[in-house]
Ligand binder design. Structure first.
Ligand SMILES: [Zn+2]
Length: 224
């Protein structure tokens, strides 16, 4: 017991510095520079107490992954109100942001829009928005993950699959696109479809070009 107390006492001095002003000795918080008197006489309890509430310590230590816990009210299925802990997690919030952009086809430039930034700031000041490029790479990473899951899922289904390709050129850009879709019946007898590929295919769209791209899709999805 005495040993652990001593350890606690020593640990405090990782976060406080002893400073001398005149003949008085003070303990100075390394985060907020607040000074506390009577170091040796009063022990270190008041210093430890300060570390628990030092705002600047929280800001400086959690700067990388800011976490804030608060209460959240939820309605249960039975209709009663449930109070639970809610923790703001930057990564989850960022995932939700990119999921929203994909779901509603919002422009990536949304993250630069002043109005949107102000809105998010009002909801959660701790949220770090990130740039267009970081959101883009978040979305691409999510895409790769979902695609891997879909490929794995396709490997497990028992039914046959129908492959459809659709090609079109956008008039104003004079560019050709090709979408490859698969239709199948899942284990619950529901008709499902998955877009396997949506790619840019330079013109001309000859039979060889289409065939080659289609073959690549099949190989990629282990359907060859
Ligand atoms: Zn402090």
């Amino acid at each position: 017991m005495a040993g652990s107390k001593r350890k606690l006492k020593l640990a405090v001095w990782n976060e406080f510095k002893k400073v001398k002003i005149g003949s008085n000795e003070y303990a100075k918080c390394i985060y907020c520079s607040k000074k506390f008197s009577g170091v040796s006489r009063n022990g270190t309890n008041h210093l430890r107490l300060h570390l628990k509430s030092c705002v600047l310590k929280k800001v400086k230590l959690n700067g990388q992954s800011m976490v804030q816990t608060s209460m959240r009210f939820n309605r249960t299925d039975a209709g009663t109100i449930l109070v639970e802990n809610y923790t703001f997690v930057q990564d989850i919030a960022r995932q939700e942001l990119s999921a929203m952009i994909v779901l509603h086809e919002y422009p990536l430039s949304m993250v630069d829009h002043v109005g949107f930034r102000r809105y998010v700031g009002a909801l959660q000041p701790l949220f770090k928005m990130g740039t267009r490029n970081t959101i883009r790479s978040d979305i691409m990473a999510q895409y790769e993950l979902e695609k891997k899951k879909a490929i794995e899922y396709m490997a497990g289904i028992q039914s046959r699959v129908a492959i459809t390709t659709d090609l079109w050129a956008s008039n104003n850009q004079n560019r050709g696109y090709m979408a490859t879709t698969t239709h199948f019946i899942d284990e619950s007898w529901n008709l499902r479809n998955i877009i396997m590929r949506f790619i840019y295919v330079p013109a001309p769209h000859t039979a060889e070009v289409i065939g080659e791209e289609l073959y690549d899709s099949l190989v990629e999805w282990n359907l060859d």
